[in-house]
Design a protein around this ligand. Sequence first.
Ligand code: GN1
Ligand code: MG
Length: 372
Amino acid sequence: MSADVRSLIALCEQFAIDPPVDAIAPLVRGLINDTYRLEAGGRRYVLQRINGHVFPEPERIMANLARLARHPDRPESLGLRVPALIQARDGASFVRDDAGAVWRLMEFIPDTCNLSRLQNVHQAREVGRVLGRFHRWTAVLPSDDFAVTLPGYHDTPSYLERLRTLFDSAAATPSGPEYADGPDRNQPEITVLRSFIEARLDLAEALDRAVQVGRIAPRLTHGDPKLDNILFDHDGQCALALIDLDTVQPGLIQHDLGDCLRSCCNALGECETDPSKVRFDLALAKAILTGYAETTCDRLSSEDIDCLFDGIRVMPFELGLRFLTDHLQGDRYFKVDRPGRNLTKARIQFALVADIERREPEIRAVIETAFG
Ligand code: GN1
Ligand code: MG
């Protein structure tokens, strides 16, 4: 047994689970935290190390999860599951390792699977329903009770400003020492993306403006409802659970719906490499929004609905900005499997923005039908 496995087992033993630890193995999930599948005392769990570079105060995540756990109603009463936390033996909700990193243990929700892509509108409708149930479940909680786990998380104008500063400073000092670990900012591929971005400066502010004039208001959101974070039953028919609650914090419904559609309606997925193939699938979008509308009933105001298209357009734009920034900064934030991956991913997200723009009238019609 390696020293790494021994120290993982020692860590697991600090949680209130029945021994012995029978198996522990990495689970490839997500771009931020480190995740392991654990079997102990005949039960299965998910162990995670929270990325302390991304989340400045992981304790806030744990406090938010504890607040969710004090919800007066179980999510199951709405047909929703979220992973339950397993306490540490000392009663805390997490364990710290010698390096100060925060680890948590969750139940493994049995008989479920992830879909790598949606295969039909039935599954898409299920996605909309599960997100709708989550919003209904959390709507009764005061969003002020929840800490901001990731400051500036969906602050698109700030992401844009950071990237433009990077572009500008690169132009001034293209070979300065601060760029030693980053790639060339002036390569033609990046110049094309830069022009694409510069032509859309208004887009970054669309939702902020709607908040400032009081058209829409923040409420509790999931923050990351991508397809990977939705668990289906074993034959992929029913969406049962929403996982990865790290970014549950006050935000906009438009961010959640926009991000869900960004992830689910790009049927080729985030890791596609050819931007010319990227399409926004209208049939899937219609089914997701219909499933969402039928579970949330009248929770969305007409202004919320009016702003939905902006959410759908801005989320791939924002993620494109984030991937590109990370590429230029030397892949410090998102996990990558090869150099250049973040750049390819940025191109895919911007291609999705372009297709969404081409189909704006159809997408607006779909929104109207779903919520009409
Ligand atoms: C990250 O951790 P994960 O893989 O669930 C990111 C999201 C992105 C997503 C893109 C905290 O989510 O914002 O949309 O990658 N999470 C954080 O796949 O930055
Ligand atoms: Mg996440």
